[in-house]
Design a protein around this ligand. Structure first.
Ligand code: UDP
Length: 313
């Protein structure tokens, strides 16, 4: 996101407590180290700058961890976020872009999933995101805080220029793990369930490139700054790929054979999650450019090679 903002010559400052972010990812940009709920710090920041919008990427995102440690999730994802919103209201900053998630929908009743689909999150992570969306509705109504919630489906890929990519510890996401199996950093990839009611029995997801997600944020800022009403948008390519198809694409992108182990289903995994992003296209003018799975894998593989193996892709 920072790379894109800089490219567009939009001035920004990053606030991060570096609990999972890495300093080197934002090298060359202004970084303030601190927490979202540090009211004194935020007040000082908001009073000393002319800030027109805030983008929030600061949630914890591990579904499994949210089940065993919900307090961590409600504290950071809801309470700290509300503290930020209160600070924005106090400083009359009116525009807010929120990273939301397909997890707010829970197990889909129909697919592709549009914005009207019932919200029945099935884990604390999804519930925290849905709570913030509801808080935002109330804050708009009462305080005129305008917000765009961007509900990412499966964020994937890496900066096409090769400067940033996924780096979680521990890593739990399919694409980075498949590529670790290709590069030899893992022995194999485990498929979590091959008895779902899908064509090949494995779960289907809508993988959306991080560059396309970043573009959606830029469009969302523009939309709000031009007077747009608060909006909620599902962001995906509208095309699902199974775990098997992702592994096949990874073998093509890397030219390597990937060892597969068939494991049990992972708790809380819906069989199919695919987005209907018509609203984002029509209202924000969003046009994903990197929808092809092979391109997503290619960029992620470039990052795996450069960052973790020290090789030029
Ligand atoms: N998955 C898998 N093996 C792994 C990690 C993930 O089979 O080692 C599956 C997972 O069950 C889901 C899909 O890959 O169906 C995408 O999972 P990921 O964790 O990347 O994203 P999520 O859909 O949970 O947001």
């Amino acid at each position: 996101m920072s790379l894109l903002l800089a490219q567009q010559e939009i001035e920004f400052v990053i606030l991060d407590d570096l609990s999972s972010g890495r300093r080197e990812s934002v090298e060359g940009f202004e970084l303030v180290e601190g927490r979202l709920d540090d009211v004194a710090l935020l007040s000082a920041l908001f009073s000393s700058r002319n800030i027109s919008a805030v983008m929030h990427f600061a949630a914890f995102i591990e579904v499994g961890e949210s089940v065993v440690n919900p307090a961590k999730y409600y504290q950071n994802n809801v309470h700290a976020t509300q503290s930020l919103l209160d600070c924005m209201v106090a400083h009359e900053i009116k525009n807010f872009i929120f990273s939301s998630t397909a997890a707010i929908f829970g197990t889909p009743e129909y697919t592709p999933i549009d914005e009207m689909h019932p919200k029945q999150p099935i884990n604390p992570y999804g519930r925290t995101k849905w709570m913030v969306e509801q808080i935002l509705d109330d804050y708009d109504h009462a305080y005129g805080l305008k917000s765009v919630c961007l509900r990412y489906f499966n964020a994937a890929g890496a900066d096409p220029g090769g400067r940033t990519g996924e780096c979680h510890d521990p890593e739990t996401h399919l694409i980075p793990l498949v590529l670790q199996a290709a590069s030899g950093r893992q022995e194999h990839i485990s498929i979590f369930g091959d008895d779902y009611e899908t064509a090949d029995g494995t779960c289907i997801r809508d993988y959306v490139h991080v560059e396309d997600l970043s573009q959606a944020h830029l469009l969302a800022i523009k939309y709000l700054e031009e007077g747009g009403q608060s909006g909620r948008f599902n962001l995906g390519n509208g095309r699902g790929f199974s775990v098997r198809e992702v592994i096949d694409a990874a073998e093509r992108a890397t030219g390597r054979k990937i060892e597969i182990v068939h494991g049990d289903r992972r708790e809380g995994d819906p069989p199919v999650l695919v987005a209907d992003s018509t609203q984002a296209r029509e209202v924000l003018g969003w046009e994903p450019k990197f929808g092809a799975l092979d391109m997503i894998l290619d960029h992620a593989w470039g990052w795996e090679q450069r960052h973790f193996l020290g090789k030029e892709a």
